[in-house]
Design a protein around this ligand. Structure first.
Ligand code: FEO
Length: 402
């Protein structure tokens, strides 16, 4: 069994599943510390299960659910979001509780047809502002399209002011005994929150910012997301953090990401990093795109306001691993960033040309004017050009001048 239940309030329970087996979330984002899938159960005059968990965790999840219900039937299954890490056990729950009424919105209902081969006899369709009365508690539904999927919605329990926020306010990482925000140091979890946000929600930041405005307007005591910890003591902390992430509010610092085959471009990255540090920028990180998964690079790019991309030329083009990073960055519609470019080539160029195209298509950048494109190994002139590039970048990212 791999499910924990914790009472949050009278008749409100957390059913948590830790997944430390999955290596890659969505089969692409590393999970070195696992991930938690959270589900919630309200046992009022009516019983309501709010979301489920990934199918791989069904056995423990169902055992815990039965324990808490103590022989009661399940009246409602509320589906806030249809991604399979939360809807994975819907079919099982419907088979186990044939009288259950599914509560979701029109788009999620259509997705249920797409994902599951099931008849839906008992169904309540909700839209923005609708209320589900459970007795003492009432769930008010708020649509949050594209955070994370088009059908995503949250519900607000108005009696105890609890927000069931699905993916919003989540983070990577299993919950290691600490379930609530007052049981965990925020800084311990903060990088996992930013990496999750930038990897999963980043592309939809515009929509996220809109949804977060709706959420910010609610009077919230407790936030119950489907990943990560429950915020019962300082919910404003995570709301404000998410608002910063959605608006790409970043700190002074520079990420240098390079692709290099035989070390020439790598050497340029190291020189540039040193020159930027000499300009007084204290947060400088260098990443080899062949070594570090884009998940981490993207997360740090989200954190800092300076980005420098360097690539060797490979088959007259940008290095393939750099191309992958550029593709991911382009999807995420970066803004509030300074961009610098450098590269190298053996006999004829290509990488810097594509990096320059990225500067105009890959996001909204303030681009450093000096571009360094080296033939073969660096010469004295290239080193001086890198020094100039470093000065420009440092000047552009420095926050205390602005
Ligand atoms: Fe946690 Fe979008 O699913």
């Amino acid at each position: 069994m791999n499910t924990v239940s914790v009472k949050i309030l009278d008749n409100l329970y957390y059913l948590g599943v830790n997944d430390r087996e999955t290596n890659l979330f969505e089969n692409m984002w590393p999970l070195p510390d696992g991930i938690a899938y959270n589900s919630y159960l309200i046992t009022d005059e009516k019983t309501a299960l709010l979301d489920t968990v990934k199918i791989t965790k069904v056995d423990g999840f169902v055992d815990t659910l039965k324990d808490i219900l103590g022989g009661r039937d399940l009246d409602y299954l509320v589906i806030h979001h249809m991604e399979p890490d939360h809807s994975g056990c819907v079919k099982t729950i419907m088979e186990l509780y044939p009288n259950v009424t599914i509560v979701t919105n029109k788009k999620a209902r259509a997705m249920m047809d797409d994902y599951f081969d099931i008849e839906l006899d008992n169904y309540i369709e909700v839209k923005n502002g609708d209320v589900l009365d459970l007795g003492e508690r009432k769930l008010n539904f708020v649509m949050t399209p594209m955070v994370h999927w088009p059908e995503s919605m949250v519900s607000y329990e108005s009696t105890d002011k609890v927000l069931f926020s699905q993916d919003i306010f989540g983070g990577y990482g299993s919950l290691n005994g600490t379930i609530f925000d007052d049981e965990m140091n925020f800084e311990f979890f903060r990088d996992d929150i930013r990496r999750y946000y930038s990897n999963i929600v980043g592309k939809y930041s515009k929509q996220a910012a809109r949804s977060l405005e709706k959420v910010k307007a609610l009077d919230i005591n407790i936030i119950c997301p489907v990943h990560g910890i429950i915020w019962r003591t300082n919910p404003d902390l995570i709301v404000d953090e998410y608002i910063r992430l959605a608006n790409q509010v970043n700190e002074e610092g520079v990420i240098i990401a390079y692709g290099s085959m035989y070390g020439n471009t790598e050497k340029m990255a190291d020189y540039l990093a040193r020159f930027i540090a000499e300009e007084g920028i204290k947060n400088v990180k260098v990443y080899d795109v062949s070594k570090t998964n884009a998940s981490y690079i993207l997360s740090d790019i989200w954190k800092y306001n300076g980005l420098v991309l360097g690539s060797c030329t490979y088959n007259n083009s940008v290095y393939p691993m750099m191309n992958q990073l550029m593709y991911i960055l382009k999807m995420n519609k970066l803004k509030n960033h300074v961009l610098g470019i450098f590269g190298s080539y053996g006999w004829n160029g290509g990488a810097v040309k594509e990096l320059t195209e990225f500067a105009s298509e890959g996001g909204t950048f303030e681009v450093a004017p000096t571009v360094v494109d080296t033939k073969g190994a660096m010469k004295e002139e290239d080193i001086e050009n890198l020094r100039t590039l470093a000065k420009e970048i440092a000047e552009m990212v420095r926050k205390d001048d602005k």
